[in-house]
Design a protein. Structure first.
Length: 244
């Protein structure tokens, strides 16, 4: 066996490299930790997109070569790659929405539930911020595509829409404020609890059977709120334990 003293030193240890990386770029958070890193350096990233696009156009498919005939297809694929990243991150954020709704309903004032909600919210916001970053890079590449080919870049399926291109910070703040205000008005008219809907005509031949079934539902959902249409257009809400 080789003595530990005889093992050659090839430079930094793994611990030294990890510490240096953390000092330079910040620690990479674990899945159960908040991610406080910057999303991106927008100026550097956009500049890199322009440089990569120019390199593909002039370096791989220059005029006078057969690959020049493939240039437009190659450049389309580069823009499409950024669009695919945008769509993937959009789906990742969408997949967290059910968890967000469930955790909002499960809030009981405990620190554990509150932290779970904060972590999921942070993750969803990060996915959305990354998605917006790739959308801006895609739009920058799409502009280069039009300059190089004279054609407007379009995906093979779906539409080419930008959610960030026309939104200033003031527009985002105003939109968020109006949405929060509308949500507050809506929530003020909604009782807290699990909504259970009852449908049917206004005449019930066996009301006892209906109440028996509702009692079973209330055993499972103790915060049950009964919803029925009655005869008017708006639904009637009855809190658990009330009959009438």
């Amino acid at each position: 066996m080789t003595s530990i003293e005889n093992i050659p030193d090839h430079g930094q240890s793994i611990m030294d490299m990890a510490c240096e990386h953390a000092q330079t770029f910040g620690l990479t958070p674990e899945p159960d930790e908040f991610d406080s890193r910057d999303v991106w350096d927008e100026d550097d990233a956009i500049d890199a997109v322009h440089a990569a696009f120019e390199l593909l156009a002039a370096g791989i498919g220059p005029d006078g070569t057969q690959l020049a005939d493939e240039r437009e297809s190659l450049l389309w694929g580069f823009v499409n790659m950024l669009d695919a990243q945008t769509q993937r991150l959009d789906r990742s954020a969408d997949r967290l929405m059910p968890d967000l709704r469930d955790l909002q309903r499960e809030q009981d004032g405990s620190e554990i539930k509150s932290r779970e909600l904060e972590l999921i919210t942070d993750r969803a916001q990060n996915f959305t911020a990354r998605r917006d970053a790739f959308e801006k890079m895609r739009d920058a590449a799409a502009q280069d595509y039009q300059l190089q080919t004279g054609n407007v870049w379009r995906p093979r399926s779906g539409s080419h829409t930008s959610q960030t291109g026309k939104l200033t910070s003031a527009a985002v703040d105003a939109r968020d404020f109006m949405r929060a205000r509308q949500d507050r008005k809506t929530q003020a008219h909604l009782p807290e609890g699990t909504l259970v809907a009852v449908t049917g005509g206004k005449d019930v031949s066996q009301p006892a059977a209906v109440f028996q079934r509702l009692d079973k539902v209330r055993e499972k959902y103790t915060d049950m709120v009964l919803v029925h249409g009655k005869r008017c257009e708006r639904p009637i809400y009855l809190m658990a334990g009330m009959r009438g």
